[in-house]
Design a protein around this ligand. Structure first.
Ligand code: DOR
Ligand code: ZN
Length: 405
């Protein structure tokens, strides 16, 4: 049993408190801790980040990323829990594929981690939830909703409807034509389509516009936006490095998201970390879609907080609390009974985001024009794993088994 002392974010405000931790779990939050061993923490202390949407490429495409580099990148950006997507080279849509992925990644992770299954006729009881692809994206998966078996867990929907993508197909050579090939209408159609199936716990991933957020919320879904759709648009001069599905939209649509970050229409901000090699991103036509972002998600949003675009309450809710609730994991809050995952940040110390300071194997970022507030210290279940912006331990992340007992 030990106590951590500092300015913790608790129930909507920073409070100077003693947080009592035993065996990695918060046992109490107190105004005093007489007689206890106390560690004093500097700065503002937030719950560790929860990124419920990453693609770490392991196994199968470890030349782009592996669970070690992806999770190292996460913790250095203040994210202590990640949920990894199933569009691996061998799709993770059966218990066998899931076990084989789990054994490949099990001992490599610096962050606690959960894994999704691709929705299919097979149920993977250990998966954190199901991923539904209503349109083909990187990996080419398309879900046959008629054949799927469902669990009572989050269902993350890639909302671009294939029929609509087929109607709009064109070879794209720019961010604007990529947007025309996969227009906002396909996102709207997909959100309406999935409603017809009357499924529980539908979570619409990477929503690109206020209009689609309104629709998704009106249908009772939870929603997610990404830093790239909030901060970048189809006029930024980054060519193939901005190619992503769903696409970056026009500036006015992007700015509408940026200016409504405090809205109740948004539940979660996820990175959709989707690394591809720099070499693959040379020609627009050939480039695979996807943008890396697991290391910059928390830092960018905290920087947006200092600039007045988002309140601290909403930032913590979208980066930590809501993803943990939606995935039903014991994370995201500094409160009794939750895992002792904390990050300490200096809100007065933004730094310019530079690709050579990031840790994804892909080696590039589209956010080089922005600043971020990176954590100085990171604790995972009470253990210090990042100090002065450096990882100081070997991989100690645990698999979050969602098996319903
Ligand atoms: O742009 C994307 N990249 N969208 C997806 O849906 C998948 C992702 C990837 O895995 O690269
Ligand atoms: Zn994704």
């Amino acid at each position: 049993m030990e106590a951590f002392h500092g300015k913790f974010y608790i129930a909507g405000e920073f409070k100077e408190r003693y947080v009592i931790v035993d065996d990695g779990v918060i046992k109490g939050v107190k105004a005093e801790a007489p007689g206890m061993e106390v560690k004093s923490l500097p700065g503002y202390i937030l719950p560790g980040g929860v990124d419920m949407h990453v693609h770490f490429r392991d196994p199968g495409e470890t030349d782009k990323e592996d669970f070690g580099t992806g999770s190292l990148s996460s913790i250095l950006g203040g994210t202590t829990t990640v949920c990894d997507m199933p569009n691996n080279k061998v799709p993770v849509d059966t218990p066998e594929a899931f076990s084989s992925k789990l054994s490949a990644v099990r001992n490599k992770s610096y962050a606690d981690f959960a894994l999704y299954q691709a929705a299919s006729s097979a149920v993977v009881r250990n998966a954190i939830g199901e991923k539904i692809f209503l349109g083909k994206s990187t990996g080419g998966l398309l879900t046959d909703l008629e054949r799927c078996k469902w669990q009572d867990k989050v269902k993350v929907v890639h909302a671009e409807l294939q029929e609509c993508l087929d109607l709009n197909f064109r070879e794209s050579d720019s961010l604007i034509s990529h947007d025309m090939a996969r227009p906002l209408e396909c996102e709207i159609d997909a959100i309406q389509h999935i409603f017809r199936y009357r499924l529980t716990k539908i979570h619409i991933a990477h929503v690109t516009s206020l209009r689609s957020l309104e629709l998704a919320k009106s249908l009772g879904f939870t929603t997610e936006v990404t830093p790239h759709h909030i901060l970048l648009n189809n006029s930024v001069p980054i060519g193939p490095f901005g190619k992503v599905n769903p696409p970056l939209r026009k500036k006015s649509v992007q700015e509408e998201l940026l200016n409504n970050l405090n809205s109740k229409l948004i539940d979660v901000i996820s990175s959709d970390h989707a690394p591809h090699k720099r070499k693959e991103k040379e020609s627009f036509k050939e480039a695979p879609s996807g943008i890396p972002g697991v290391e910059t998600r928390v830092p960018l949003v905290l920087w947006l907080q200092t600039k007045g675009f988002i309140s601290m309450g909403k930032a913590v809710s979208a980066l930590m609390e809501r993803p943990a609730q939606i995935c039903r994991i014991n994370k995201g809050y500094i409160a009794e009974g939750f895992d002792a995952d904390f990050i300490s940040v200096d809100l007065k110390k933004p730094v310019r985001i530079r690709e050579e300071r990031l840790h994804s194997k892909c080696g590039w970022t589209p956010f080089g024009d922005f600043e971020g507030i990176f954590p100085d210290l990171v604790f995972l279940r009470g253990n210090l794993i990042v100090q002065e912006g450096e990882a100081i331990s070997s991989p100690s992340g645990e698999f979050l088994d969602a098996e319903v007992k």
